[in-house]
Design a protein around this ligand. Structure first.
Ligand code: 5GP
Length: 197
């Protein structure tokens, strides 16, 4: 078994109206391989109902930067030009790997590309909404963002879409069940590949 076989990573990206959160939840429950969701750190304040250590590690900007300087992150990015920082901690990857699981990262395109630079064998999946109009509709239906934030996210999503071909797989979230089972098939095939190495 090669070293990388013990350090499996799957990265899922997509605009934040692509149904990512629901898919992530379903995958962590139903996936055919052991997926351990990495809990990202962020300087964004929690939304109602979000829990520290569960949805994110909510950090102050100073603490985030100190830990960044200490090399605690595999990647980080400022998302949506909002001024908020997001990043993946090495400790989260180690947590997954120490129990023989796949580290499952739900991060933006910039972060995904940084992870791939370090782990070219990371399995990258881009989740696409059927159309940008549908994306905007879902974002509005969620009702948690201001108009300004929605517009910024739509613009970011359009940029991100152009990056989809830098991912190993693209899955269109047209129907939830279909998207989840497509991702499960990808993971099964990738696990088989790893085990054959
Ligand atoms: P939200 O604020 O809606 O929870 O997340 C906003 C965006 O941040 C999402 O597109 C998500 O993929 C991205 N994100 C979450 N965690 C990380 C992370 O650890 N690193 C990077 N680069 N992006 C992240």
């Amino acid at each position: 078994m090669t070293q990388s076989a013990n350090r499996r990573i799957v990265v899922l990206s997509g605009p934040s109206g692509s149904g990512k959160t629901t898919i992530v939840k379903r995958l962590t429950e139903d996936s055919p391989v052991a997926l351990i969701k990495s809990v990202s750190a962020t300087t964004r304040p929690p939304r109602p109902g979000e829990l520290d250590g569960d949805d994110y590690w909510f950090l102050g900007t100073e603490e985030f930067r100190t830990r960044l300087d200490a090399g605690e992150f595999i990647e980080h990015a400022e998302v949506f030009s909002s001024g908020f920082l997001y990043g993946t901690l090495w400790s989260e990857l180690n947590r997954a790997w120490s129990v023989g699981g796949w580290a499952f990262l739900e991060i933006d395109v910039e972060g995904a590309l940084r992870v791939v630079q370090q782990y070219p064998e990371a399995v990258t999946i881009f989740l696409q909404t059927p159309s940008s109009a549908e994306f905007e509709r879902r974002l509005r239906a969620r009702g948690t963002e201001s108009e300004e934030v929605i517009q910024r996210r739509v613009a970011t999503a359009e940029q991100e879409l152009k990056q989809a071909d830098r991912y190993r797989y693209t899955v269109v979230n047209d129907r939830l069940e279909t998207a989840v089972s497509e991702i499960c098939e990808i993971l099964k095939a990738e696990e088989k590949n790893y085990n054959a190495q």
